[in-house]
Every structure is written in structure tokens, then in C-alpha cells.
Design a protein around this ligand. Structure first.
Ligand code: IMP
Length: 192
């Protein structure tokens, strides 16, 4: 659990979340080890077929960067922006398409990259939408899965970590657009 940035508990002294606390959940090293393993599995599975990775913005940009650098196969990258959360820490229950992919995925192997699956609303919506374009295959990678909460219409192929139903930040994950740059993953506590 040794890490330069990580400590077990950080109390936020100023800014919009002053008085709340961050409790370390997953270290930088644990994330790196897991992504290396998933990258190796993907390289073996896809070989020279040239899959396209589709990241869900904004949260997946760091997972995408780190995961794709573990691959030793040819691949492409694209992004889609969806929103199921307004602000704060609870879902709005609807998914909005804010930015579509640029690539034509018909006849392609597609790998969706998500930072976290909470209710499953976003990923269920995206799967239906991608399938309409006639890809050869669609598989799913998520760094985090809240398995007690998620209601999924299909299995997730690669799960980094199953986590309890807590609101987490860091490694691309935000609260009101803040804290994405934390290198580890922390549970955001109401107060210290
Ligand atoms: P879902 O549609 O409920 O599965 O939620 C997926 C999206 O909600 C993720 O891509 C995140 O943007 C956001 N989200 C869900 N849980 C968390 C969390 O614990 N921290 C930060 N964002 C979250």
C-alpha cells in the first residue's frame, strides 16, 4: 500500500468540499497492476484485428491513457460523452448524449472503456446504441463496478475492481468536476 500521494485519510481543509474527508480505497500501484493484467488479456484476445477503444467521457480519460499503454497490438481510440449525473453525488435517472463518436464502427471490434459502473444506466444505454451500428463485437472494460447497485442487461468482460456502494473520486472520477487528478481512488466521506 506504499504510495507517494496516498495516505489512509485526507481531511479537506479548504475549497467547496472543506470538512469532508477522503479515505483511501485503491492505491496507484493496485490500479497499475490490474490495468497491466487487463491489457495483457486484451492484447492476447484481439491480436492483429485492430479493435477500436471507445472511452466514455469525462471520467475514462485516465483509464484509457493508462490501459492502452499496456497494449502491444494495433488499436484506435475514440470517445463518446454521456451524462447520467447532474451535479453532486446522485444519478438523475436519464442518460443524455453530449458528444458522439467520430468513427464508423460497422464491422469493427469495439471495446468500451468506462471508469465506473454504478446503476448500469449509462452502459446499458451505450450498448444498445453501439449495437445499432452493426459492429462485429462489443466488449466492456470498467475500472470499477458497484456490483451491489448495478443492474446490467449483459455481463461486463473486464472489471478492474468490484467496490462497495460508496461515492469515490480520483483517477479521473470527479465530484462536481473536481478531484479527477488524484492518483489513487478515494471514498468521499461526508465529514472527517
Ligand atoms: P451509472 O449510469 O449509474 O452506471 O453511472 C455511471 C456514471 O456515473 C459514471 O461514468 C460516472 O461518471 C458517474 N459515477 C457513478 N458513481 C460514481 C462515483 O462513485 N464517483 C464519481 N462518479 C460516479
Amino acid at each position: 500500500m506504499a504510495s507517494t500521494e496516498s495516505s489512509m485519510m485526507k481531511v479537506l481543509g479548504n475549497g467547496p468540499f472543506a470538512g469532508r474527508a477522503l479515505e483511501l480505497m485503491i492505491t496507484e500501484e493496485e490500479i497499475a497492476t490490474r490495468l497491466k493484467a487487463i491489457g495483457a488479456e486484451l492484447s492476447q484476445r484481439y491480436g492483429d484485428s485492430g479493435p477500436i477503444f471507445i472511452g466514455i467521457l469525462n471520467g475514462s480519460y485516465i483509464v484509457m491513457a493508462d490501459l492502452t499503454r499496456e497494449l502491444d497490438i494495433p488499436f484506435e481510440v475514440d470517445f463518446i460523452k454521456l451524462s447520467s449525473y447532474g451535479s453532486g453525488t446522485s444519478t438523475t435517472g436519464t442518460v443524455r448524449l453530449l458528444k458522439d463518436i467520430s468513427a464508423d464502427i460497422t464491422g469493427r471490434d469495439v471495446i468500451v472503456v468506462e471508469d465506473i459502473i454504478d446503476t448500469g444506466l449509462t452502459i446499458n444505454f451505450l450498448r444498445r446504441r453501439l449495437e445499432e451500428a452493426g459492429p462485429t463485437s462489443v466488449s466492456f472494460v470498467t475500472l470499477l463496478l458497484k456490483e451491489d447497485v448495478a443492474k446490467l442487461d449483459f455481463p461486463i468482460d473486464y472489471v478492474g475492481f468490484s467496490i462497495p456502494n460508496e461515492f469515490v473520486v480520483g483517477y479521473g472520477l470527479d465530484v462536481d468536476q473536481q478531484m479527477r487528478g488524484l492518483k489513487a481512488i478515494y471514498s468521499l466521506k461526508e465529514q472527517a
